[in-house]
Design a protein around this ligand. Structure first.
Ligand code: ADP
Ligand code: MG
Length: 140
């Protein structure tokens, strides 16, 4: 296994309910290190570009509206096998299908307001984190 970096978002439902510390505790408890983090309010253009791969899906407009409905916390996580490890600790997209102890099982409100984003591959992680962070903002 290799040390990887992945990209994470704590979504507006998490900031609204003041859950960022509780979610970070689960992330850190899984052995991932938060090596960059900032709170931003995504613009519509940013959310549309970030979720561009889903632009043909029926839920796309609602997703963009949700992701711009309040602040988010964007993060870079680092650790052994970080991409897969983070996906595991997030749990399934639909919290009804998420395993016990995962962030989405613990905190998600719905399949849309599911508290966290995580990159699904090392390649997408590199693209996604570069969208929000300069190299100098990532401190490993
Ligand atoms: P994941 O975040 O688990 O990688 P996807 O990449 O498939 O899931 O979807 C991106 C985001 O779009 C999800 O996290 C969720 O917020 C939203 N989403 C996915 N599927 C649906 C759906 N069927 N209805 C509403 N929102 C959805
Ligand atoms: Mg995804």
């Amino acid at each position: 296994m290799a040390i990887e970096r992945t990209f994470s978002i704590l979504k507006p439902d998490a900031t609204r309910r003041n859950l960022t510390g509780k979610i970070n505790a689960v992330i850190e408890g899984a052995g991932l290190r938060i090596v960059a983090q900032k709170r931003i309010h995504m613009t519509t253009a940013q959310a549309e570009a970030f979720y561009g791969v889903h632009s043909e899906r029926g839920f796309f407009r609602d997703l963009v509206t949700f992701m711009t409905s309040g602040p988010v916390v964007v993060q870079v996580l680092e650790g052994e096998n970080a991409v897969l490890k983070h996906r595991e600790v997030m749990g399934a997209t639909n919290p009804a299908n998420a395993d016990e102890g995962t962030i989405r099982k613990l905190f998600a409100e719905s399949i849309e307001a599911n508290s966290v984003h995580g990159s699904d591959s090392l390649e997408n992680a590199a693209t996604e984190l570069a969208y929000f962070f300069a190299g100098t903002e990532i401190v490993g």
